[in-house]
Design a protein around this ligand. Structure first.
Ligand code: NAD
Length: 491
């Protein structure tokens, strides 16, 4: 049994309240580690360290180029420790090692990319329309950032949030999900080795309602960046409003993956599987509503059933496993509840439809396919976050757009067609932060990612992401020695 500690001000420390909580291995269903239970006192300490680091500490006086250098070093260290971190994540989270290993090798790119941006945050000299004035803008770090992350991809979210935040000159306090804190706590040690000054990167583990709420409410936290459910996101948004904090929200989805009859059907079927059975469906971009043109619906459905049948469910550490365990027990129960709801709504379960038996731990769900789904059903409208696919038929492009957009979410969408004109029309018509044409679940440090509607506010990755952590300052200089004008009128 391993016992973890918070990481505050460059050191591992015990929780102020002296309490720890259990973390389970989702594959075996056994408690394998103790996580520190963060409270307001731990958050106070971490925020104070973060504030000092970026105001009076060395982080504040380091040049942006020097900041970038430390960030590049961190990227190198993540690369060197990729396998170890991937295995730790699999242990705590149940993600497939085959996916995690690749993800961790790619992960340093966020640090390299944003390290390169750190010294390219340039202000503007404005050719101001007032005589005898010189005016320019600068961009300054927004302040201490509170980063709250979900359990499905804890380390990826660190890169997405902290790389641009640090490039901007901010310091961070991360509160990982109570279900998967291990990898984030372990990762923290690398920030010291990379030369990030103490207090720049802090991690306080704990529960949402305790450590999470204290972080959101803290008066010295200027910006909240959150990845999680839309229900918690809305709560955090209103809580942050009380302190007029800046907020970015990466929330849930119910993404349409749309297959036209003219598509390469083998590629589309692979994309449909990538959209819903990969990561055991526990991904915000899950293509959980598969819209299939009526003329090919039966044939396409058969292909998917065959692919679901041959998917190997089992040990996430084994290279040939396709579907691993559900990460948390509440999530496991939620998925099974949604399967029951879909059945009671009249959807037709043609494959799966229950727990996968005979595996250790018991937190396995069969890949599940529903047909006869109409878009009003809860199974077509609400995020399940599991390997549960709803197939919905459509006649033509107009109907595909109408049904595709008829949901509160707008995180992602997929379109499968060989018709280039249709691909472009669909990319414009779909209300989503990301539209994938003839591909699915592709991400890059270069490409903005985020949602519209209930899927969130703001974008991560890409050049613009650094702006989420900057404030613009306008500086006016009067260059005239003339007597001042009328002080009672706007200049
Ligand atoms: P969640 O909302 O339950 O928790 C997310 C984080 O918020 C956790 O760290 C949790 O401890 C914290 N939290 C909970 N209550 C809080 C409170 N009152 N105050 C402050 N913090 C609080 O989400 P989850 O179950 O961990 O993750 C699954 C959800 O995340 C899904 O809806 C999924 O779609 C979404 N998600 C979105 C993206 C994206 O980029 N858009 C990526 C991955 C996951």
């Amino acid at each position: 049994m391993k016992t973890f500690q918070h990481y505050i001000d460059g050191a591992y420390v015990d929780p102020a309240g002296g309490e720890w909580f259990d973390s389970a291995d989702p594959y075996r269903g056994e408690v394998w580690a103790k996580m520190p239970r963060g409270t307001e006192a731990d958050i106070d300490r971490a925020v104070a360290a973060a504030k000092a680091a970026m105001t009076t500490g060395p982080w504040a006086s380091m040049t942006p180029s020097a900041r970038g250098k430390a960030m590049r070093k961190l990227g190198d260290l993540v690369a060197e420790n990729a396998d170890r971190l991937a295995e730790l994540e699999v242990r705590d989270n149940g993600k497939l090692l085959s996916e995690m290993a690749g993800q961790m090798r790619y992960h340093p790119e966020w640090w390299y990319y944003f390290a390169g941006l750190a010294d390219k945050v340039e202000g503007t000299v404005v050719p101001i329309d007032k005589a005898d004035h010189f005016a320019f803008t600068t961009h300054e770090p927004v302040g201490v950032v509170g980063a709250l992350t979900a359990w499905n991809s804890p380390l990826l979210f660190i890169a997405w949030k902290c790389a641009p935040a640090l490039a901007a000159g901010c310091s961070v306090v991360v509160k990982p999900s109570e279900f998967t804190s291990a990898s984030t706590l372990e990762y923290a040690a690398l920030t010291k080795e990379a030369g990030l000054p103490d207090g720049v990167f802090n991690v306080v583990a704990g529960f949402g309602a305790e450590a999470g709420a204290a972080l959101v409410a803290h008066k010295d936290v200027a910006k909240i960046t959150f990845t999680g459910s839309d229900r918690t996101g809305a709560m955090i948004y209103s809580q942050a409003a009380k302190g007029i904090k800046r907020v970015s929200l990466e929330l849930g989805g119910k993404s349409p993956n749309i297959v036209f009859a003219d598509a390469d059907l083998a590629a589309a079927a692979s994309g449909a599987v990538a959209g819903i059975f990969a990561a055991t469906g526990q991904t915000c971009v899950a293509g959980s509503r598969l819209l299939v043109q009526n003329s090919i619906r039966d044939e396409f459905t058969e292909r998917l059933v065959e692919m679901a049948r041959t998917a190997k469910i089992g040990d996430p550490m084994e290279a040939d496993t396709n579907i691993g365990p559900v990460t948390t027990e509440p999530q496991f129960k939620k998925i099974l509840d949604y399967i029951d709801i879909a059945k009671s709504e009249g959807a037709n379960c043609i494959y799966g439809g229950g727990p996968a038996e005979g595996l250790p731990g018991g937190q396995f769900v069969q890949p599940t396919i529903f047909t006869n789904v109409s878009n009003e059903m809860r199974i077509a409208q609400e995020e399940v976050f599991g390997p549960v696919l709803s197939i919905i038929g459509f006649e033509d492009e107009v109907e595909a757009v109408e049904v595709g957009n008829d949901v509160i979410y707008g995180l992602a969408a997929g379109v499968w067609t060989k018709d280039i004109g249709r691909a472009v029309r669909m990319s414009k018509a779909l209300k989503a932060g990301t539209v994938w044409i003839n591909t699915y679940r592709a991400v890059s440090y270069m490409m903005p990612f985020g949602g519209v509607k209930h899927s969130g506010i703001g974008r991560e990755s890409g050049v613009g992401a650094i702006r989420e952590y900057l404030e613009t300052k306008s500086v006016w200089i009067n260059t005239s020695d003339a007597a001042p004008g009328n002080p009672f009128v706007l200049r």
